[in-house]
Design a protein around this ligand. Structure first.
Ligand code: ADE
Length: 246
């Protein structure tokens, strides 16, 4: 899968993309991330990428011309076929379902805004989608772009070593994941739940499902409405509600 990222500060993204899982995915040819500096598509002596807002008010607005030129020249013939995503706090909220939706695409373009915002004509006539990573405002779209790339890339087959890993993720089936433990079996007197050492796969699976349901109920009850639950899950939940006095 290929990402083309349009930004004024490609250098801040580079290190993260090279490290660990994403770096390995790149080396294995599973993931290609091309960083394009919007400033390289300016034509004036000062390489101007922003200007004052019409109508006054504070802050600066990113000019449309370098952004249009950058995206059009990089996408070339593929323009119209590749989704062009503007990262903005006004976009639809990015979540695991959106990550899955994007992971089927062979190529995505991501535009990172800076300053107070991006000229509205970019949103209207260039971007095909707008994503927000949450209800808070950052200084630019670079961290959101990395968040999107990271969440989407790990869904590509082969990027994570263990194929089953993403099926058990928190949010994968609409529930939070069960707790994890590793050696030692006792640390500072805190013991690993004995069932996990029992070797009984049926009991372990039942315990994990119960923990997953309990956590979601206590921490993110809003998620339960959309979660995929079996009749057995519903019974478990009822029992947990009673135990927790809910
Ligand atoms: N740019 C600034 N804040 C943002 C957010 N929360 N999501 C996406 N892009 C942004």
């Amino acid at each position: 899968m290929r990402f083309d990222v349009f930004t004024l500060i490609p250098e801040v993204m580079h290190a993260y993309l090279q490290a660990s899982v994403l770096g390995k995915a790149h080396a294995a040819g599973l993931l290609q991330v091309e960083l394009h500096n919007i400033r390289h598509y300016t034509h004036d002596r000062h390489r101007t990428t922003d200007d004052e807002p019409y109508g006054g008010g504070g802050g600066m607005v990113m000019k449309p011309e370098p952004i249009f030129e950058a995206v059009e020249s990089v996408l070339g013939d593929e323009l119209g076929r590749v989704p062009i995503i503007l990262l903005t706090p006004q976009g639809r909220v990015f979540d695991q379902a959106v990550a899955r939706e994007l992971a089927v695409q062979p190529r995505l373009a991501l535009i990172c805004g800076r300053y107070e915002g991006v000229d509205e004509r970019v949103r209207e006539h260039l971007a095909t989608d707008e994503l927000s990573i949450g209800d808070y405002v950052l200084t630019g779209g670079e961290l959101p772009a990395l968040v999107v790339i990271d969440a989407v890339a790990r869904l590509i087959t082969g990027v994570l070593g263990d194929a089953a890993a993403t099926q058990q993720d928190s949010h994968a089936d609409g529930l939070l994941e069960h707790p994890h433990y590793t050696r030692p079996p006792e640390y500072r007197g805190w013991k690993v739940p004995p069932v996990l050492l029992s070797g009984d796969h049926g009991r372990i699976a039942a315990w994990r499902r119960e923990q997953s349901l309990r956590r979601t109920l206590l921490r993110r009850p809003d998620m339960l409405a959309k979660a995929k639950l079996s009749p057995e899950d519903e019974e478990r939940l009822e029992r947990i509600r009673e135990e927790e006095g809910l």
